[in-house]
Design a protein around this ligand. Structure first.
Ligand SMILES: [Fe+2]
Length: 404
């Protein structure tokens, strides 16, 4: 009965979603594209932007690169550098207060997912001061135009530069949840590979696997997809298989870095339109409870869930195997054989990049809570190929505890 309820919900949600005014962040691409910030701000009539970033990017000199561009153009600005991984409600509220007190009128979010999530959350609070962050959790609860917003990803993974989502963690309960609203799609996404060349291999690997998970989960959804989101998923899978290991081994390869930024953007668009699935729903519980890096959580769970889906996804995985150029289009292997090749390639990629096979951080006592959160996030909204009930979520979480 529950499966039928979810499918009916998804069917009607899909009809409604097709009427919504979807848009993408305008991509500003290429090495050095960060220099275009002043021009973009002027275009949107922004007088004093607030830069939201984290301490790591300050130490790495990446934040300075953006500050220099603004200083050279004599732009007044405010910088907030205290965004933590898995940003909390407290951080979002602090940013909102500073933004208003200092009379800022636009956001520049510089970082991986966390800086963009925190800035989006703050932007939502700026236009909805009467609603708490928790009250905006869920779908379409902001419904107001946010201030001009430039997203500058410094990792190639989250896709947050073009998504509707801001992932925030409740300060008290450690529950990580999403605020999802079309108004949270940034106005511009600056995809500048020069900002990503200093990323250490471990972060390159984790974030790249996050992007791969976005593309795959979006592609496997049984509905919500459009022709464009399907194509973007296929493109992203192809680019990631061709470039992720290259940038893991050689972070300075600017062409491969630029390609990965493009893949992340495309996968971001694909999943913001077509949703993610069970993998992300479980991964978010790990991020909230144990601060597990989001990309690592996805990378570990991804091949296990694909295996668990079985026959239901063989045909689609076969298509992804071709897109990734792991087999040729004319190859006579069965769908099941091609799917196996794809799953094995994901396992192999994880292993080559030093990603663990499982988690040793999960506490048995936390499993019921994880099952509850994962189920709540996923069902009935995500159009997953196989709907997980509590038992199946539990079994998958236990599978993820096997470290070999
Ligand atoms: Fe993700």
């Amino acid at each position: 009965m529950f499966v039928i309820f979810c499918r009916i919900f998804q069917f009607f949600f899909n009809l409604g979603a097709r009427l919504l005014p979807w848009r993408k962040a305008v991509p500003i691409e290429g090495p050095g594209s960060v220099n275009r910030i002043p021009e973009l701000l002027q275009e949107r009539n922004v007088k004093k932007p607030m830069i939201i970033t984290d301490d790591g990017l300050v130490r790495a000199g990446v934040a300075q690169r953006v500050i220099d561009v603004l200083a050279k153009a004599k732009y007044p600005y405010l910088v907030y550098t205290d965004v933590e991984p898995n940003p909390s409600v407290n951080t979002v509220n602090k940013i909102q207060k500073l933004y208003i007190d200092q009379k800022c009128d636009g956001f520049i979010a510089l970082g991986g997912g966390s800086a963009m999530d925190a800035a989006k959350g703050a932007a939502a609070r700026v236009v909805r001061p009467g609603k708490s962050v928790n009250q905006m959790g869920g779908l379409l609860r902001v419904l107001r135009k946010i201030p001009p917003f430039i997203a500058i990803p410094t990792t190639a993974g989250t896709g947050s530069e073009t998504t509707v989502a801001a992932l925030i963690t409740d300060t008290e309960t450690r529950h990580k949840y999403a605020i999802m609203d079309l108004c949270l799609v940034p106005r511009y996404a600056i995809l500048d590979s020069e900002l990503t060349t200093g990323l250490p291999p471990s972060i390159t690997a984790a974030t790249g696997m996050d992007a791969l998970t976005h593309a795959i989960e979006a592609y496997l959804g049984w509905t919500y997809n459009t022709r464009e989101s399907v194509q973007f998923s296929l493109d992203a899978v192809k680019i990631i298989f061709a470039n992720l290991e290259t940038v893991y081994k050689d972070g300075k390869n600017i062409e491969a870095r630029q390609a990965m930024l493009q893949a992340s953007y495309k996968a971001g668009f694909a999943f913001t339109r077509a949703c993610v699935g069970n993998i992300h729903a479980i991964a978010h519980t790990l991020g909230g409870l144990y601060n597990t890096p989001h990309g690592i959580a996805n990378a570990v769970i991804l091949p296990k869930v694909l295996e668990d889906y079985g026959k239901k996804v063989h045909k689609k995985l076969a298509r992804l195997t071709e897109a990734a150029e792991l087999v040729s289009k004319n190859d006579s292997k069965t769908y099941a054989e091609k799917a196996r090749i794809f799953i094995d390639a994901v396992y192999a990629m994880n292993e080559k990049m030093g990603i663990p096979a499982g988690f040793d951080c999960i506490k048995n006592d936390d499993i019921p809570q994880m099952i509850k959160w994962a189920g709540k996030e996923c069902n009935p909204l995500y159009p997953v190929p196989v709907i997980y009930n509590k038992k199946r979520f539990g079994a998958m979480i236990e599978k993820c505890m096997q470290i070999k």
